[in-house]
Design a protein around this ligand. Structure first.
Ligand code: PHE
Length: 456
């Protein structure tokens, strides 16, 4: 087998460092923005239940699969599938697809992340009385302004990735994740002192099962893949820097629980905040359709208006910390999106890390600038690379692992760090999910999507 680990690839320094890095990848815009707005849109707690199921029966098994493939091969996704299939080009395609998804998802992710950065300044400028400048910086349709903030965010991401695995990614996420958690908790406590927050809480915890439909399962599964960073090899790449002592199954459980937990906690902030805005007279429902405004409007119009209503230094602090929270969460995810193509270039083309990071970052930066001017591309990219791309990647990973590399081999790899795995039910249960349940569910969801696309 061509999987001799190269010693200079870098490894995680500590167990907790790896878990936080993977959790940092998972916790991002998908949790703090995507999840709460999807819950509000899709029948409150009914969506949460289906989402939890998707994470448990598809997300967790696929995450274990990705970590295992990564640690077994110690390679980027392309190299990993090549190594496990003795160079079969068809298998390598799974890896190439992941690298492409990483590049394209990052190209719109940095634009949205750039908005969060811009809104930190918007809130500050509004506070010190520069209202028209604040308006310019807060204008999402301003292409040149978007491009500047997109590139600034991209440079930040590249700078962390050039630092390498333990000195760059691990160090940054270890410092940033506790800050993120602290900000989240403080904001929630404050939001609940404001009028209207409990109405939001009521909507959040009461399920409306009349909204449950095929479409909702589709959204929940797509959201699970995106939020858990699955399907494109980000966690294969992070797994490739793991040593043999770490328990993969336990780590995957921590990361899943952490990610789902933060999404649920973020809902306790964002949904009540929307209703606080409403109580203060801000529209949150479209008066024509009766539907909730789009997630972009909610996060970048409704919430800032609420912060301005609160006013004074408290309003400013609320706004600034909220957008810093969103930006930090985005940053620890964008570094993992960049790390996938970067590790591919390093491993497969023998390029030094620094050069690889700036090169790939440059390409993403150029696409990001185009997206900054043509915002319609975001929806298109989300559809192709996130809603279809990630579940498709997950499906191919399950099929490859279940039927070609074989789950017995994967379980053998998991034994390192989980000595008594054979005395638990994990092996057979996981095998059943990876071979049958997860691929079937993903295939059904993808088929219904294609069906819908052709007007079925
Ligand atoms: N999980 C990240 C989020 O929730 C996005 C992401 C997707 C990161 C895929 C890496 C890979 O925002």
């Amino acid at each position: 087998m061509a999987s001799t680990p190269t010693s200079n690839r870098g490894t995680w320094n500590t167990k907790i460092g790896f878990i936080l890095a993977a959790a940092g990848s998972a916790v991002g815009l998908g949790n703090i923005w995507g999840f709460p707005t999807q819950v509000a849109d899709n029948g409150g707690a009914a969506f949460i239940l289906i989402y939890l199921l998707c994470c448990l029966i598809v997300g967790f098994p696929v995450m274990v699969a990705e970590f295992t493939i990564g640690r077994r091969t110690q390679k980027n996704p392309v190299g990993a599938f090549k190594a496990l299939s003795n160079g079969n080009p068809l298998a390598a395609l799974i890896g190439y697809w992941g690298v492409l998804c990483g590049l394209m998802i990052l190209s719109f992710y940095v634009v949205i992340s750039g908005w969060t950065l811009a809104y930190v300044f918007e809130e500050l400028l509004f506070f010190i009385g520069y209202e028209s400048l604040a308006e310019t910086i807060g204008d999402l349709g301003n292409g040149p302004k978007n491009a500047i903030f997109t590139l600034a965010f991209m440079v930040l991401t590249v700078l962390i990735v050039t630092g390498g695995v333990s000195q760059g990614i691990e160090r940054a996420t270890k410092a940033l994740m506790p800050i993120l958690l602290a900000i989240l908790v403080v904001l929630i406590i404050y939001i609940f002192t404001l009028d209207g927050a409990t109405d939001g809480l009521r909507m959040y915890v009461s399920p409306d099962f009349s909204t449950v439909s095929g479409g909702l399962v589709l959204s929940a599964l797509g959201q699970a893949f995106f939020s858990l960073s699955l399907g494109m090899g980000a966690l294969i790449t992070y797994g490739s820097y793991l040593n043999k002592k770490q328990n993969i199954v336990e780590s995957a459980a921590y990361v899943t629980i952490f990610d789902v937990g933060i999404a649920i906690i973020a809902g306790l902030l964002v949904i009540p905040a929307m209703f606080v805005a409403q109580a203060a007279g801000v529209q949150i429902f479209n008066p024509e359709t009766g539907d909730l405004f789009s997630s972009v409007t909610l996060v970048f119009d409704v919430l800032p208006e609420m912060f301005h209503n609160v006013g004074g230094i408290i309003g400013m602090l609320l706004g600034v910390t909220f957008f810093i929270l969103l930006g930090l969460a985005a940053l620890t995810s964008s570094i993992s999106l960049l790390e996938v193509p970067v590790s591919y270039v390093i491993d497969e083309h023998n390029v030094r890390r620094k050069k690889a990071a700036w090169m790939v970052g440059g390409i993403v930066g150029v696409i990001g600038v185009i997206v900054s001017f043509e915002l319609g591309l975001i929806d298109l990219f989300v559809f192709i690379f996130n809603e279809i791309g990630l579940p498709l990647g997950g499906l191919m990973i399950c099929i490859f692992l279940g039927y070609f590399w074989k789950t017995e081999n994967a379980l053998l790899e998991m034994k390192d760090g989980f000595d008594n795995i054979d005395n638990t039910a994990f092996g057979p249960v996981w095998t059943f999910f990876v071979k049958f349940v997860s691929p079937l569910l993903i295939a059904l969801v993808l088929a219904s999507m294609v069906w819908g696309l052709f007007g079925g």
